[in-house]
Design a protein around this ligand. Structure first.
Ligand SMILES: Cc1cc2nc3c(=O)[nH]c(=O)nc-3n(C[C@H](O)[C@H](O)[C@H](O)COP(=O)(O)OP(=O)(O)OC[C@H]3O[C@@H](n4cnc5c(N)ncnc54)[C@H](O)[C@@H]3O)c2cc1C
Length: 460
């Protein structure tokens, strides 16, 4: 419980209209999009770097936990205030401060929603190509703090590849500028990247300078149909080592296809596995030439058919199918666990094959999905959270998946982050020495452990 004098000080900083301790708000802030929970004592909507700085000085003086929060779409417990205290909601810091295509940069506040930035960039013929599946809701601040990836990772990489500089408020309230607005720099430690993916544990990001890239002018889209997930995995590996770099390679497995057909009127062919692929080019011929090579590779690697999207409407249907993944799967049971392990490209088929054995062993229903072009596997495990025996089977399958990914030289999270849900696996992936270095950095910047405590196994 926060003392009244502290609540009053917070109101004085942000204005009474930007402070809340209403129960309905505290319950909303107790969750992210996945189910971890922990109620705050109050929340503030900040509107400037100065306000953030004043709040952090107060929090340091009084040793109050602060949890930064953007859109709350995280799915690993990262924005959940597990230690109570203050939720700092950045969604009212939502100005696009600059778009400068000559420098190929834009500068934004952290609460700008991804699609809103895309809409602003489009008339300039530019884009931020990281597009997470949550693009209509998630904000750039959250994307940076989780190093979000997405549907076009195969060609364009993830958020880290576009962040040039930041303004960060440190836990003691000091305001730090990192990086540059240039396309390259070799100057000093890369403090910008330290904050990318830091999940709000080191400071609060209040301004972001991003590199932007030209919009693709022409796109070719196709759907490969496969009799097995493993064949599709092999086709992805072969494609990605062929010299062609598709922008999209999305795998959808049988259970997911059935769920899409039951939950929408899209009427997809009921095959074992689908692979949605896109190539891009400056001209139509360039996009088509790459797609022809992809089709050949798919056919050589077990595709029973490859259908090209001939019209924009056909393309829109394929994307509608892919983008319905979460809603249609969420209806299948009362709970869902979405994982995002990532393995080296050559291991994808093996990962698919071995995980299918795990799913059979634990008798689970899993919608198989993957941003496969960068080795990122997204199984969506549906289960009944009221059934302890089923929950135990889910946990065992999940544990097996993490161990498998690490053994293959991969990572437990390609884009969603660690939060609370994967914290106990961090040492297994990184080893004791790297964890010791991470904890040393955390202690140096946040000696009182007030900055989003309880995340990422940093206090062990
Ligand atoms: C349907 C659905 C689809 C998704 N698809 C993808 C996907 O394709 N790729 C992907 O990567 N993720 C995906 N996600 C997960 C989620 O959308 C991403 O992790 C996203 O980046 C979170 O952004 P947010 O604005 O919701 O941040 P939040 O969930 O509010 O916060 C996430 C983390 O960032 C920290 N944070 C937020 N703002 C700041 C700030 N200003 N300074 C410091 N720390 C801050 C928070 O403390 C927290 O640790 C999906 C989620 C859903 C529900």
């Amino acid at each position: 419980m926060l003392e009244e004098r502290i609540k009053q000080e917070l109101k004085d900083i942000v204005g009474p209209e930007n402070f809340t301790e209403a129960r309905i708000d505290m319950v909303s802030y107790a969750y992210d999009a996945m189910g971890a929970k922990g109620r705050p004592d109050c929340a503030v909507w900040v509107t400037s770097t100065d306000q953030v700085s004043a709040i952090m000085q107060l929090a340091t003086r009084e040793k109050i936990p602060v949890t930064p929060r953007a859109a709350g779409t995280g799915i690993a417990g990262m924005a959940v205030p597990t230690h109570g205290g203050i939720v700092m909601d950045v969604m009212r810091m939502n100005r696009i401060l600059e778009i400068n295509v000559e420098d190929r940069v834009c500068v934004v506040e952290p609460g700008v929603v991804y699609v809103d930035l895309q809409k602003a960039l489009a008339p300039h013929g530019f884009t931020l190509p990281t597009e997470p599946g949550s693009s209509v809701a998630s904000a750039i601040g959250g994307n940076v703090a989780t190093n979000a990836g997405g549907l076009k990772g195969a060609k364009y990489g993830t958020t880290k590849d576009y962040v040039l500089g930041l303004v960060v408020v440190l836990p003691d309230g000091r305001v730090m500028k990192t990086g540059t607005r240039t396309m390259k720099t070799s100057s000093g430690y890369n403090l910008t990247q330290l904050f990318v993916g830091s999940e709000g544990t080191l400071g609060i990001i209040t301004e972001i300078t991003l590199k932007v890239v030209p919009l693709a002018r022409r796109t070719a889209t196709a759907l490969g149909l496969f009799d097995s997930l493993e064949d599709a995995g092999r086709a992805v590996t072969r494609t990605m080592s062929s010299g062609v770099v598709p922008s999209v390679m999305e795998v959808m497995g049988r259970y997911l296809i059935q769920a899409i057909n039951e939950g929408t009127d899209l009427q997809l062919p009921e095959v074992n596995t689908m692979l949605l692929v896109e190539t891009e080019g400056y001209t139509r011929a360039e996009a088509d030439a790459q797609m022809e090579r992809v089709v050949e590779i798919f056919k050589d690697n077990g595709a029973s058919d490859v259908k090209r999207a001939e019209t924009e409407a056909e393309r829109a249907d394929l994307w509608a199918a892919r983008k319905s993944t979460y809603p249609v799967t969420a209806r299948l049971n009362n709970s869902i666990l979405v994982e995002d392990v990532t393995v080296p490209m050559s291991k994808l088929a093996e990962l698919f094959r071995e995980f299918e054995k795990v799913v059979a062993q634990y008798d689970l229903k899993v919608a198989m999905c993957a941003h496969a072009g960068d080795g990122n596997f997204h199984p969506l495990i549906t289960f009944d959270s009221r059934d302890p025996e089923m929950v135990e089977r889910v946990e065992k399958a999940n544990d097996a998946l993490f161990r498998m990914a690490i053994a293959m030289g991969g990572t437990i999270t390609g884009e969603h982050g660690i939060g609370t849900m994967k914290a106990k696996y961090m040492t297994m992936e990184h080893g004791e020495i790297a964890m010791d270095v991470m904890r040393t950095i955390k202690r140096a910047l946040d000696p009182h452990n007030i900055m989003n405590p309880g995340k990422m196994d940093l206090n062990g």
